[in-house]
Design a protein around this ligand. Structure first.
Ligand code: BGC
Length: 773
């Protein structure tokens, strides 16, 4: 397939492998591009709005976010009930300290008057720099070339840097550069779309402004959550004058410039929140971050960023031969994943990363089931930090379990920032108890794939035990001795509050077995740890026996006549949604039908049984997998961005290679092509990771369950080859798949046993292992 054939929906982004660029300024794409051009480092996210701010037509959210920096408000239910989530936490923007604009002989830049030419903007995945250039001719006829560069440092987590240059092209005159820190208001309304963030309106409260020499810092505070943020700036050279009020500070630089003489400023901005530094030390912390950045300089920061990214790509790059637009989609996904992940053990990955306020900046199961595999196999230390975040909120999960009438154990929230349940719609929220099993599954994957048992010993075992305790409380053994789990919702949000959701039951079974295995391992190898844990959480042998029993007799609904797994006990009793007569403009269904209408039918928003077939593939036989795949594919709308990638992988698993490719096409450029029409609110982090999974788990057929990598690769007909690296058991393995062969190369570490198409092989250093497909 040639690139242009499928690349029709985003002609506004040029196709190239290592960058995205826009060749012209188009206000109708501005909101979308703000998301795509977001720069972030897991802690800070600067949306890709223009340096000069809202004066650019189409500017939607000229925002800066800090991962996990939230406001909190009581949730008001017209009809409340016991145990409903009490308060919402939602991400709020912090002041924008990146702004810079200019005046020519006292006349302010305005892209809407005069003429804008030679415009281009480019975000480079290898340097991490966003560069923008244009020529502006003012109404006076005076012409300037403007070039700005921006980066959000991966090495200095508090720091954002901007270099801004203006060159008069046809005159000598006064160029005034005005740099700012701004907390000016704006408001976005969510309407009926649950995927848009609830509220961004409302200013942060002013606390203080401090200025000394070349350093200025605001402190602002949230209204209810009692969080403070310092937004600060230091310029490479001190400004001629500084002024401020409670919401804005302005730094003015005056120059008389000759024709052709470039006037530039470099601005370093730093953000510190009271979530990581105590309030009295925040301004000092900002000052040291800025002094360090100032000493390194803009070019130095670019050099550091380039080195950091070179290392990232060495450990993560997926190469796709034969399709530049998909290659771009893959690099875009990987780059944005890197930008999304909180890595301090206190923050996580929001559904929209740090690119927007969609889904209120909440963390979901998206992290453990979709995004974690990417980090696990490329940057395992980040995977660990993501799990540490969950461990750090275990107490909140305990509290939630009590609210839900569980006298012991922990129930993780469906959506949250710092731990409490923030889902106000329990049928598709709290009822998704599978979150507990998802976290346990991720802990197991981390331990098996890295071989690092220290997380399990220090924190993980306690999380797994506490969360496992909930399952016996959700059901009972039936007359046939089978254990059932009642009134939960599985991953498919178009079906709610069911008995024996297959995904939940299968994952709960795995969870309880894992818990039992941990007990056995601890009692053999770390008896003291087991003893102290038993004491700490009051774990009894009886409980462990119940886990064993419930897991051994877990009910997995199955229609033996048709050879199909049922999504839940009653699923097959319901009528199938009338797809044949469903108008196209009624999708996504969630925006056009009351949930009850949807719940009454066999219709899936996203994989549920099919996801279980992937995560626990070794527990299902191939015939069942194929039948289940066929059945559920026909009734799935893919209204969730979490859907296509899993169908791509499972299509590959059951042998539908073309379908695997088609579904990959639905996920590989999902945000770049705005396939879900809401990327303006932020990227879809789970789908970004889904692109990676589709190649590694789908086309290459990798499974690393238990810590042993198995592959059964094929090459999509459209490509010449693909290649990726994965980390497993402290090795770095390169996998290259060509038309007729797969080549495994050990880049780091000791010899590694892997399985290729059912055959165990050993890959050793300095010797390619070439296998036929
Ligand atoms: C999906 C959930 C997902 C959430 C956040 C919803 O649309 O149905 O599975 O966790 O989005 O990405």
């Amino acid at each position: 397939m040639n690139q242009t054939e499928h690349h029709t929906s985003a002609p506004h982004i040029a196709i190239e492998p290592w960058a995205i660029s826009e060749p012209e300024f188009n206000p109708s794409q501005a909101a979308l591009h703000e998301t795509l051009f977001t720069l972030g480092n897991g802690q800070i996210g600067v949306r890709g709005a223009h340096d000069e701010g809202d004066i650019w037509a189409g500017t939607a959210q000229n925002d800066v976010f800090m991962n996990g920096f939230y406001e909190s408000e009581p949730i008001v239910y017209p009809e409340s009930a016991y145990g409903f989530a009490k308060a919402n936490q939602f991400i709020v923007r912090v002041p924008n300290a990146t702004g810079i604009t200019f005046k020519i002989d006292g006349v302010a830049f305005n892209p809407n008057v005069g003429e804008l030419t030679e415009y281009s903007r480019r975000m480079d995945f290898q340097t991490g720099v966003l560069t923008r250039e244009y020529v502006w001719t003012a109404e006076s006829g005076q012409q300037v070339r403007v070039r700005s560069e921006r980066l959000v440092s991966f090495s200095h987590m508090a720091v954002v840097a901007v270099r801004y240059a203006v060159t008069p092209l046809n005159f000598t005159g006064e160029i005034t550069l005005i740099s700012s820190i701004s907390n000016l208001p704006r408001a976005v309304k969510a309407g009926d779309d649950p995927r848009v963030g609830a509220s961004l309106g409302g200013l942060l409260n002013y606390v203080a402004f401090k200025s000394s020499d070349n350093f200025s810092a605001f402190t602002h505070r949230t209204h209810h959550s009692d969080l403070e943020v310092v937004s600060s700036a230091m310029h490479a050279t001190a400004p001629a004058s500084t002024s401020h009020d409670e919401q804005q500070a302005r730094f003015v630089f005056d120059h008389i410039a000759e024709v052709g003489q470039t006037i530039s400023i470099v601005k370093f901005a730093a953000y510190i929140s009271s979530q990581s530094v105590s309030k009295d030390l925040m301004v000092d912390a900002a000052h040291s971050a800025l002094s360090a950045a100032h000493a390194i300089g803009f070019d130095g920061l670019v050099a550091e960023q380039t080195t950091y990214l070179a290392d990232f790509w060495r450990n993560a790059n997926v190469e796709i031969g034969g399709d530049v637009s998909l290659q771009q989609g893959m690099h875009f996904s990987q780059f944005h994943l890197l930008q999304s992940a909180g890595r301090d053990g206190k923050t996580n990955i929001a559904a929209k990363g740090v690119t927007g306020a969609g889904y209120d900046g909440h963390y979901f199961w998206d992290t453990e089931i979709y995004v974690l595999p990417f980090f696990l196999h490329t940057r395992p230390e980040i995977a660990r930090k993501l799990l540490e975040y969950r461990a750090s909120t275990l107490d909140a999960a305990r509290t939630r379990a009590r609210e839900m009438a569980h006298d012991k154990g922990a129930l993780y929230p469906w959506r949250t920032i710092t731990g409490p349940e923030c889902s106000s719609y329990f049928p598709a929220g709290t009822a998704q108890y599978h979150i507990n099993a998802d976290i346990a599954y991720a802990i197991r994957q981390y331990t098996d794939v890295t071989g690092d048992t220290s997380f399990l010993l220090e924190q993980g075992a306690e999380v797994v035990f506490e969360t496992a305790r909930i399952w016996p409380a959700l059901g009972q053994f039936d007359a046939n001795g089978q254990f059932g789990i009642y009134t939960v919702t599985g991953p498919d949000e178009y079906t709610a509050l069911v008995n024996n959701n297959l995904f939940t039951n299968a994952m709960a079974r795995h969870h309880m077995q894992f818990a039992v295995n941990i007990v056995a391992w601890l009692s053999k190898d770390h008896p003291a740890t087991l003893e102290s844990l038993r004491e700490k959480i009051g774990l009894t042998s009886e409980e462990i026996a119940v886990w064993q029993d419930a897991a051994a007799h877990m009910k997995l609904p199955y229609d033996a006549e048709r050879g199909l797994h049922a999504q839940d006990d009653a699923f097959f009793d319901k009528p199938v949604w009338d797809f044949a007569n469903a108008p196209k403009d009624k999708y996504p269904l969630l925006l056009h039908y009351h949930p009850l209408v949807i719940y009454r039918h066999q219709v899936c928003k996203q994989p549920d049984v099919v996801l279980a077939l992937l995560l626990l593939g070794h527990e299902f036989n191939n015939e069942d997998k194929k039948r289940d795949y066929d059945y559920y594919e026909a009734i799935t709308t893919h209204d969730s961005s979490l859907s296509s990638c899993i169908f791509s992988i499972m299509a590959a698993d059951v042998g539908y290679t073309e379908k695997a490719y088609d579904y990959f096409m639905q996920t590989a450029r999902l945000d770049l092509d705005n396939l879900h029409h809401n990327t303006q609110h932020g990227v879809h982090a789970a789908a970004l990771a889904g692109s990676w999974m589709s190649v590694v788990y789908g086309f290459a057929g990798m499974r690393s369950f238990g810590g042993h990598a198995k592959f059964s690769p094929f090459l999509p007909a459209q490509w010449t080859h693909y290649q990726f690296v994965i980390r497993i058991k402290k090795r770095l393995l390169q996998v290259r798949v060509e038309a007729e062969r797969a080549v495994y190369t050990l880049l780091e570490g000791d010899a590694l046993k892997i399985t290729h198409k059912g055959m165990e092989i050993e890959v050793v250093a300095e010797q390619d292992c070439v296998m036929t497909l």
